[in-house]
Design a protein around this ligand. Structure first.
Ligand code: IMP
Length: 423
């Protein structure tokens, strides 16, 4: 029996989609537990590239039931576009399940996110997918859940209530056009019929699966350093990408988790605003960005790029309790004479080796690097550890020793086959 969680160990975009796809071969359920259509997961297999934002990447496997659990927020307009694109590629979505407790990201959430991000001051650099406003309404207890959507009368009442609060803000604070409750009711009542067959009590479904000993894989979105509580607040997302978030988002009890996978790039990237101690704003950074095709799946934005920050990675290992690491995009680092990894920070003239999540303090931290020899060869054809150049192995050993977690998967290219399993 295994209940595994796959967690981003950095600021998101760690190529979790590929790792989930690999591990899903052994799973019966693949479950998204947090976030919404701000996420972007790409899976390349048999020459086809599939893009996921809300739907768990595990749906590609015919033996898998893909679940959108209650901790997720769901934009039904975006969901319909994604589902149509996947169906066109021949993906069978009949095994998709959606939780009754999932909160809906409504058009006013997306509008409020866009209006807020249009302000210069205090901008977070969000994906403008309405994620923050949706979770805010959830916490304010005026959110609309899938369970509300399924009963027209209930949906009408919830819409009235929330628009009484949100429309004045849209109009008076931002000077934008208010939304019409009736138009939304008609549109969303149609969506209700489309998703009704997939809706179920997800905590119940998963608890039964756990009791039957069926393997479950929980798929994180974003990354540890974007966690609402443990990330670099306020430059974070509004949910809990960390492993504990998988329990909150699915109803699976913490003592049921058996494996916690941390996925980290061999370097670091970040999208949006916020401190980034190892950021490279030079030609080395440009080279990594180009080799790694570091442009967002969801927004197309160029990602900020930097050396691997081991201080941050060890923090992620502790917060999540990683039992295994998957290191991705190692192939991107071929061709550098030396590679730097951050092993400590200098703060107020003192050396510190613990991560600082407080954003203004982290912004004052200067990285202290260890330098490791690089390798010249391309490694995208390597399939075993022994095929890797010795310096690439030294680099991996350094990470493993510093973080104290075994590396069990190494990705050297986007396709399923370009993977090294370390047994
Ligand atoms: P939001 O999640 O759209 O509210 O954005 C909040 C912060 O999280 C911004 O810095 C985004 O760039 C970042 N973010 C959200 N989703 C992702 C993701 O999937 N990958 C990387 N960064 C993300």
């Amino acid at each position: 029996m295994s209940v595994s969680v796959v967690v981003g160990a950095q600021w998101g975009d760690e190529a979790k989609g590929k790792i989930v796809d690999l591990l899903a071969q052994r799973a019966r359920y693949v479950v998204r537990y947090a976030g919404g259509s701000n996420a972007g997961h790409t899976v390349c297999t048999n020459g086809t590239t599939y893009k996921f934002h809300l739907i768990p990447a595990g749906v590609l496997h015919p033996h898998v039931t893909a679940v959108i659990a209650d901790g997720v927020v769901m934009d039904l307009r975006a969901f319909n576009i994604e589902a149509a694109a996947l169906r066109e590629q021949g993906v069978d979505l009949s095994r998709l399940r959606i939780g009754l407790g999932v909160h809906l990201t409504m058009p006013y959430h997306r509008l409020l996110d866009e209006l807020e991000e249009a302000q210069i001051e205090g901008r977070i650099g969000t994906t403008k997918r309405g994620i923050g406003p949706t979770y805010a309404d959830k916490a304010w207890r005026i959110g609309i859940r899938v369970a509300d959507l399924l009963e027209r009368e209930r949906l009408a009442q919830r819409l009235q209530r929330v628009l009484q609060r949100r429309n004045p803000t849209i109009q008076r604070v931002y000077g934008a056009k208010p939304l019409d409750a009736n138009a939304l009711l008609e549109e969303f009542a149609r969506y209700a019929e489309q998703i009704r067959p997939c809706v179920c009590d997800v905590p119940h479904l998963l608890m039964q699966a756990v009791e039957r000993g069926e393997p479950i894989l929980m798929e994180g979105a974003q990354g540890t350093l974007l966690d609402l509580d443990y990330g670099t607040y306020p430059y974070v997302t509004s949910s809990h990408p960390v492993a504990a978030g998988a329990c909150l988002g699915t109803g699976i009890a913490p003592n049921r988790l058996t494996e916690i996978w941390g996925v980290a790039k061999a370097y670091t990237t970040r999208v949006g605003e916020g401190p980034f101690p190892t950021e490279l704003e030079d030609e080395v950074g440009d080279r990594i960005r180009n080799r790694g095709r570091e442009y967002g799946t969801t927004t197309g934005r160029a990602r900020r790029v930097g050396w691997l920050d081991l201080v941050a990675l060890r923090y992620a290992a502790r917060i999540n309790g990683f039992t295994a690491l998957a290191v991705t995009l190692l192939d991107v680092l071929s061709g550098f004479p030396t590679l730097k990894v951050c092993v400590a920070y200098r703060l107020n003239g003192k050396e510190i080796s613990d991560f600082v999540a407080d954003a203004p303090t982290l912004a004052r931290c200067e990285p202290i690097y260890a330098e490791l020899p690089g390798w010249h060869e391309e490694i995208d054809h390597c399939r075993t550890l022994s095929e890797l150049p010795p310096n690439a192995r030294t680099y991996l050993n350094f990470i493993e020793e510093y973080v104290g977690v075994p590396i069990r998967l190494i990705s050297v290219g986007p396709s399923r086959e370009q993977t090294i399993e370390c047994l």
